[in-house]
Design a protein around this ligand. Structure first.
Ligand code: AGP
Length: 617
């Protein structure tokens, strides 16, 4: 789950690559490195344990000139985060250099073979094994670099996005991918090229990008069109150049202290962007081409299986309540990592919906491939255009949340729920489970959500006050019922992943079956008690906590008069239909975890041990 980037062209390469690494740092941030070669074939390689900023301070005291460079920011898989194991890695001869995102699963057997041929290894990484394999293949067959990389990769098992060059040929980069994302930026008249894990490192230089597909290798040579070949059958691939819609402003903090806070505040915009052109309330319709084109499959579906990981899995759980309540279609929500190895039963009338913000999560991708191999129709809900999952699924719908850079997912969650609500409402109306008047009412209510979130965000400072009280709590419980049970799980995940406080989410009624034993005066309990969601039942759960001196932070519907007399803190949210309430109840939970993490001095955008997209299993 590393970030890789490279430049070949007429500009100074180092500034482009180091700024690119800064933008990719959300992908991994335990060590970083860069290699730079100038036209006189002089090469400098710098790498260090730590952040891109640490690398910057090392390089900027040294020579960084050259028009060719590769850079890497790491999330360690093989070999602990240290200077030696950080990338780039060089071959034994020192002539070849590589950056790599992914895992070479059979690196150990290759290493043994190469060692028997006299190769030595400085690091514990799989990547150093790969570059020496490339060197050996080139030596044995006198291949050009492109061919040597291709042949070497046919011996490799695992996932990779790599960029390789020979320091004595500083006008060429070889790039290849299987499983990990790789985008190539093309400058005017082939005078410059960019390679990167995503387009963010080069969007101000070019809007022309190629998304390399799995098992593809690109030969990138200055002044020439890019040549792409299939690694295994050597067939030629006609490159597809996409026009990027991303802009610089979107990937900068816009005056907020952290990307996470910016992205929380972007949710009104993200949600209205997500239903723009799809939710036509005045016309009383929901227009979604990818659903319309497959409507028979959806209406005849015997079951919907949702596969995802982390926060996307929580959105899937809200989706289960939406489909079953609004369209009466049975749903199962599966952890992709379990689903892919459980040999699941998939029938031909089953539809599989795969949810992923990044579109690169390895377990979800594998679950999709498994479902397809068993004949299921797979529909994707992704945020990153051109991502692996978006291209692997049979059809799908994008959440138009814009780039989500904070590792803790926020706007992706609410836009995923928005897409799921649009699909469930449409199917419910078409299969007659939802009357036209109820359907119409939902359309207007959904249309009002962005405005309601905008108003809700004004409680930010109140949440900050509550956060100050509980920032040192060792544990925290989150409770919700029905549509808001998944929101309780999501609230707990947010607190865990950015503040490192142990937190658990539970169906409120489940408390009596165990967790209630945890409650005493030091346990903060966040309870979602919306007016239309099993309200009386939740109120009695709150009283059970109160009687055990638990500290209650209650999320209630505006104008609530009951809970405020029991809870220690109440956070009012605007009223809406219970099925849509997760789009509102989740906001205060995002803000609470954010402020607590900030007050505990945690790195909110890059929490320890995490990375934005988990491209290895
Ligand atoms: C959520 O805040 C985390 N970043 C993580 O749980 C994430 O949701 C999970 O890794 C799934 O990622 P995806 O949506 O990109 O597939």
């Amino acid at each position: 789950m590393c970030g890789i980037t490279g430049y070949l062209g007429f500009r100074e390469a180092y500034p482009i690559v180091i700024n690119g690494l800064q933008r990719l740092e959300y992908r991994g941030y335990d060590s970083a490195g860069v290699v730079i070669t100038n036209s006189k074939k002089e090469t400098n390689l710098y790498k260090t344990k730590g952040k891109v900023a640490d690398l910057r301070s090392i390089v900027e005291k040294n020579d960084a000139t050259g028009n060719l460079a590769l850079g890497h920011t790491r999330w360690a898989t093989h070999g602990e985060p240290n200077d030696i194991n950080s990338h780039p890695h060089t071959s034994n001869s020192g002539k070849l250099v590589i950056i790599h995102n992914g895992i070479i699963e059979n690196y150990d057997s290759i290493k043994k073979e190469l060692t028997s041929r006299g190769y030595t290894f400085k690091s514990d990484t799989d990547t150093e094994v790969l570059i020496n394999l490339i060197e050996e293949v080139q030596k044995q067959n006198n291949y050009k670099l492109g061919k040597a990389v291709q042949m070497a990769l046919t011996n490799v098992v695992g996932a990779y996005a790599i960029a390789v060059y020979a320091i004595d040929k500083p006008d060429e980069i070889i790039a290849a991918r299987l499983g990990s994302p790789l985008t190539i930026g093309i400058g005017e008249d082939n005078k410059e090229f960019f390679v990167a894990s995503d387009a963010s490192p080069f969007i101000e230089y070019t809007k022309n990008a190629i998304y390399l597909d799995d098992e593809e290798l690109a030969i990138i040579k200055l002044g020439r069109n890019i040549r792409i070949r299939k690694i295994y059958d050597d067939s030629f691939v006609e490159p597809t150049i996409n026009a990027l819609k991303l802009n610089l402003e979107q990937i900068e903090k816009g005056g907020f202290e952290h990307f996470m806070l910016k992205e929380i505040h972007e949710q009104p915009h993200a949600i209205s962007n997500t239903y723009r052109g799809r939710l036509l309330a005045d016309k009383g319709i929901i227009k979604m081409g990818s659903i319309d084109n497959n409507i028979a499959k959806f209406l005849n579906a015997k079951r919907i299986i949702i596969v995802a990981c982390g926060t996307s899995w929580h959105a899937g759980l809200v989706g289960e309540y939406l489909f079953e309540d609004l369209a009466r279609i049975p749903v199962e929500v599966e952890y992709a990592s379990e689903f892919r190895y459980r040999n699941p039963i998939i029938n031909k009338n089953d539809i599989v919906i795969a949810i992923s913000q990044s579109g690169e999560t390895a377990d979800t991708l594998a679950a999709i491939k498994l479902a397809k191999s068993k004949g299921a129709f797979v529909f994707g809900i992704c945020n990153v255009v051109g991502s692996s999952i978006a291209r692997e699924t049979d059809s799908g719908a994008y959440t138009h949340a814009g780039p989500e850079i904070g590792v803790a997912s926020t706007k992706a969650f609410t836009t995923q729920i928005t897409v799921l609500a649009l699909i469930a409402l449409k199917l419910g109306n078409l299969n007659g489970e939802l009357s036209n008047s109820a359907f119409q009412d939902y359309l207007y209510k959904l249309q009002l959500i962005p405005k309601k979130i905008e108003n809700l965000l004004s409680i930010n400072s109140k949440i900050e006050e509550i956060a100050a009280i509980y920032k040192d709590a060792p544990n925290c419980l989150y409770l919700g019922r029905g549509f808001n049970f998944p929101v309780a799980l999501e609230g707990a995940l947010k607190l865990k992943e950015i503040s490192y406080i142990h937190a658990e989410g539970y169906p409120a009624a489940e408390m009596k079956h165990g967790p209630i034993a945890l409650i005493d005066e030091s346990m903060p309990v966040v309870v979602i008690a919306t007016k239309k969601g099993h309200y009386e039942k939740v109120v009695s759960n709150i009283q059970e906590i109160k009687s055990r001196k638990g500290k209650i932070i209650a999320i209630v519907t505006e104008g609530d008069t009951t809970v405020k007399d029991i809870a220690d803190h109440i956070i009012e949210i605007p009223d809406t239909e219970e099925a849509l309430s997760p789009l509102l109840t989740t906001i205060p939970l995002q803000l609470l975890s954010y402020h607590i993490a900030v007050m505990r001095g945690c790195n909110v955008d890059q929490p320890r041990n995490l990375a934005k997209s988990v491209t290895v299993e």
